[in-house]
Design a protein around this ligand. Structure first.
Ligand SMILES: *[C@@H]1O[C@H](CO)[C@@H](O)[C@H](O)[C@H]1NC(C)=O
Ligand SMILES: *[C@@H]1O[C@H](CO)[C@@H](O)[C@H](O)[C@H]1NC(C)=O
Ligand SMILES: *[C@@H]1O[C@H](CO)[C@@H](O)[C@H](O)[C@H]1NC(C)=O
Ligand SMILES: *[C@@H]1O[C@H](CO)[C@@H](O)[C@H](O)[C@H]1NC(C)=O
Length: 810
């Protein structure tokens, strides 16, 4: 049912349409108006009434009206009074028809009176009401700088809604002479606008161009539209890096520390981006260079990474390269000069060295040869070499940097046996550096010093009667030499004491220098021994020196005084001294003569009256032994006076001897004889005087002969003794008589006494004679008996000899 209804309606519609078409055709005449667009609202379009022929009396009666179209805007209105068609809206052709060439707005007008529909066409004509316009915003065109001339780049086109001449007719480009514009008409009348590159671009010169594109339409008035076009020149790697300098020269000191920056190389690349980004690298650099320097690839900074040493390399030279990421590069040279610093001390090397030298080496003997080097150069490597101390050595420059250390003075081991020679090498840099070397040198000994005794001579004293083998004293010598050269041995230089070799009396310990007595000495035989001792070292050849030694034998009081006069009579009778009765007090009666074999104090005799017949009558000189009268004789004094004289020496303890002296108080011999005869055997002195004188003369003569005989006997006896002494017994016959002080005393006595007596008057001749005779006999006894070793020669007995100066009795 329903389907049938809709179908029905559909049929009805089609019918209605057919009716209309028919009616339209019946109207047949179409009314056409044309108006420009954009007319004001209410603008007159046309007089429909007139055109429809419905003018008349009452237009409104006709019922003229516009039939509205469903869903469409009514652009027109009809004035029913006058039948004028007016615009009821502003009409924009572009809005209604777009780009259609003809824009017709149809409308139906009904005339009710006639019940007729009339179609009316209103053509809207274009006016230039739109300006050309470009897409909004700035337009960007990117062009690579290496694009060739004539390259084309599309530009945006301008739009203009207007039609025909009112639409875009032309374009213009301003802003740069690098570009031109080319406009092409397309098939459908559209224009294509292209930018043509007229000149080659260089980004580095100008990277951006601002252009203005103007589009113009053909309307009246002309309308234009513009847009800004920015041409961006794209970079191409058209620039190579360039170093700021072709050669970079740096100077560094050799003590530069690791990590220090030396400097920087710099290159520029005018490109941008990666084409302007540079990497630096070594080129033509040896391993040596690259181990010494580090090259920061990004900054071009050169840093020290090794130990710079002028002595190893004084300069470095290499090439560096700067490269961009487009593969373009530049190279530059780098020269690094190392300046020398005094960083090396001189070096001392010993090429030859002797550690010891003989002290007698001649000057100029080479001890060492030194080689001096300094690794620095120039003044830093100039060296002077010297010995710091003042020593007998000198450094002599020989070839090159060699020095020889030589002696310049004589060496003496005894003064300096070793040296530490400090050799210093100093360079001339500032601050200067130096090196020292100690050369030890031993001075070897040569036997250049003889042994020296501590004293220039030795004197020693030895008490007589010493023990055999007793050490007397010791002497010592020193030898400053060393070792065997100072090993001293002592010897006694052979000599003689009398006829006997010295070695039989003395010996020396050759090591210690102690001198021993081999025999017991007797002062009375030997007072002093002179000999020489030699000290000899063990060098080769040996050196020696000798010295004189004197041993004085000291006296001991071992001899008692011996009374020579008056002698102790052997026959029992005693000597008689005469003293005239008329003697004055102080008259010299006689003199007691005594000797002591000892010497000095031990032989210093003193005389004393021990006993006297008449005490006080005589005095005796304490030291002279002279017996003198103390007072005049008195008659009561006995004729014969007996005096006991004690002779004592001054030794400790003293030894003494005594003698009895008989003094007869008489004026003359006859008187004595008379007196004596009156006492014992009386005689006539007067008649016998001549006789006595003759006897005396004869006696003296006899005495002289006897003396000669005695001498002869002594000679014989000595000869016999010497035979005997050969078998070891002591005999000092060789010793000069002068050494026997005891004998000296005798001789002195004889000398002085005889002289004294010879000066007396003739009247005392007889006394002298008697004295002389007695003395002679006493001497004879002495020589024959007591003195074991008589005098050697008769010369020695010369009583007047000047040698005899030692006076025992003072
Ligand atoms: C290098 O030596 C110079 C001169 O001797 C001195 O002034 C400087 O301080 C030294 N430099 C270094 C890093 O030791
Ligand atoms: C090079 O120098 C730059 C700037 O000082 C630094 O950042 C970089 O680490 C250095 N490169 C090398 C490898 O040391
Ligand atoms: C030399 O030097 C050494 C070692 O220092 C020392 O033992 C010696 O005593 C020195 N000699 C001299 C003579 O100075
Ligand atoms: C002892 O020395 C002296 C000089 O000092 C010399 O003249 C003499 O010949 C030497 N005697 C001996 C035996 O060597």
């Amino acid at each position: 049912m329903e389907e049938n209804q809709s179908l029905w309606r559909y049929k009805e519609r089609i019918l209605q349409c057919l009716i209309l078409v028919y009616a339209w055709e019946t109207v047949s005449a179409q009314i056409h108006y044309s108006i420009p667009e954009e007319m004001q609202k209410g603008s007159f379009v046309g007089n429909i009434a007139k055109d429809l022929g419905t003018e008349g009396k009452q237009l409104s009666d006709h019922g003229l009206r516009i039939v509205p179209t469903i869903g469409k805007l009514q652009y027109f209105s009809l004035n029913a009074n006058n039948g004028h068609l007016l615009t009821s809206e502003r009409i924009d052709r572009e809005a209604i028809c777009g780009e259609a060439e003809k824009c017709i707005l149809p409308l139906q007008v009904m005339v009710e009176s006639k019940r007729k529909l009339y179609g009316i066409e209103v053509e809207i004509t274009d006016i230039n009401d739109n300006a050309p316009h470009f897409p909004p915003g700035e337009q960007e065109v990117k062009i690579n700088e290496i694009s060739p001339q004539g390259s084309r780049f599309p530009l945006p086109e301008a739009q203009d809604q207007d039609l025909g001449m009112n639409s875009v007719q032309s374009y213009q480009l301003t802003g740069s002479s690098h570009f031109s514009l080319d406009v092409k008409k397309g098939e459908n009348g559209a224009r294509r606008v292209e930018l043509v590159l007229e000149k080659v671009l260089d980004r580095e010169e100008q990277s951006v161009y601002d252009l203005t594109l103007t589009a113009t339409d053909g309307g009246d008035p002309v309308q234009t539209g513009t847009t800004q076009i920015q041409v961006i020149v794209l970079d191409a790697n058209d620039n190579a890096p360039v170093f700021s300098q072709p050669l970079y020269a740096f100077t560094i000191e050799e003590n530069i520390s690791k990590g220090s920056t030396i400097g920087r190389v710099r290159a520029v690349d005018r490109d941008e981006g990666i084409y302007g980004e540079l990497r630096y690298s070594f080129k033509k650099a040896t391993k040596k260079d690259s181990q010494m320097f580090f090259f920061n690839a990004t900054t071009g900074t050169i840093t020290v990474i090794g130990d710079v040493d002028f002595e190893i390399s004084s300069s470095y030279e290499f090439e560096v390269q700067a490269e961009d990421y487009g593969g373009l590069f530049d190279r530059a040279k780098v020269e690094i000069t190392v300046t020398d610093l005094n960083d090396n001390a001189p070096e001392l090397a010993v090429s030859f060295l002797t550690n010891s030298i003989n002290e007698n080496s001649p000057t100029g003997t080479v001890i060492a040869i030194l080689n001096v080097e300094d690794r620095d150069s120039g003044i830093n490597g100039e060296i002077s070499c010297l010995i710091s101390q003042i020593l007998p050595f000198q450094l002599k420059k020989s070839i090159g940097n060699f020095y020889s250390l030589v002696t310049v003075d004589a060496l003496d081991r005894e003064q300096m046996e070793a040296y530490n020679i400090t050799v210093t090498a100093t360079d001339h840099g500032t601050p200067s550096r130096s090196t020292s070397l100690i050369i030890p040198l031993q001075v070897l000994d040569t036997n250049d010093n003889p042994p020296l005794f501590h004293q220039s001579s030795y004197v020693s004293y030895l008490l007589e009667n010493n023990q055999r083998g007793a050490s007397i004293f010791s002497l010592k010598a020193d030898d400053p030499d060393w070792g065997e050269n100072s090993n001293i041995k002592y010897y006694i230089i052979q000599g003689q004491i009398g006829d006997f070799p010295l070695s039989s009396f003395l010996s020396i310990n050759s090591e210690t220098g102690i001198i021993y007595a081999l025999s017991s000495f007797d002062y009375e035989e030997l007072q002093e021994i002179h000999f020489q001792v030699k000290a000899q070292d063990g060098g080769s050849p040996p050196l020696s020196s000798n010295i004189t030694v004197t041993v004085f034998i000291l006296d001991q009081n071992d001899n008692a005084p011996e009374i020579l006069y008056p002698s102790v009579p052997t026959d029992g009778s005693t000597g008689i001294e005469l003293a005239p009765r008329s003697s004055e007090p102080g008259y010299l009666v006689t003199k007691v003569v005594a000797v002591d074999a000892d010497s000095g104090q031990n032989a210093w005799l003193s005389y004393q009256l021990l006993k006297a017949t008449e005490p006080g009558l005589f005095t005796i000189g304490l030291h002279t032994g002279e017996i003198r009268t103390a007072r005049p004789f008195l008659d009561k004094d006995a004729l014969k006076q007996s005096l006991v004289v004690l002779v004592k020496d001054s030794g400790h303890p003293p030894l003494s001897a005594s003698v009895t002296v008989t003094v007869v108080l008489a004026n003359s011999i006859p008187e004595v004889l008379t007196d004596l005869s009156s006492i014992s055997t009386p005689a006539d002195p007067q008649s016998d005087l001549t006789f006595y004188l003759v006897v005396a003369v004869a006696f003296v003569s006899c005495l002289f002969f006897t003396f000669l005989l005695v001498l002869l006997a002594l000679r014989l006896r000595r000869w016999k003794n010497s035979q005997f002494c050969d078998s070891g017994s002591l005999n000092f016959t060789g010793v000069p008589v002068s050494q026997f002080v005891g004998i000296d005393g005798v001789r002195a006595f004889l000398h002085s006494y005889c002289q004294g007596v010879s000066l007396t008057t003739d009247s005392r001749k007889s006394q002298f004679n008697i004295s002389k005779a007695d003395y002679s006999s006493t001497l004879k006894n002495q020589l024959a008996g007591d003195i074991k070793d008589p005098v050697n020669t008769t010369d020695d007995l010369n009583l007047n000899s000047g040698d005899l100066i030692i006076v025992q009795v003072s």
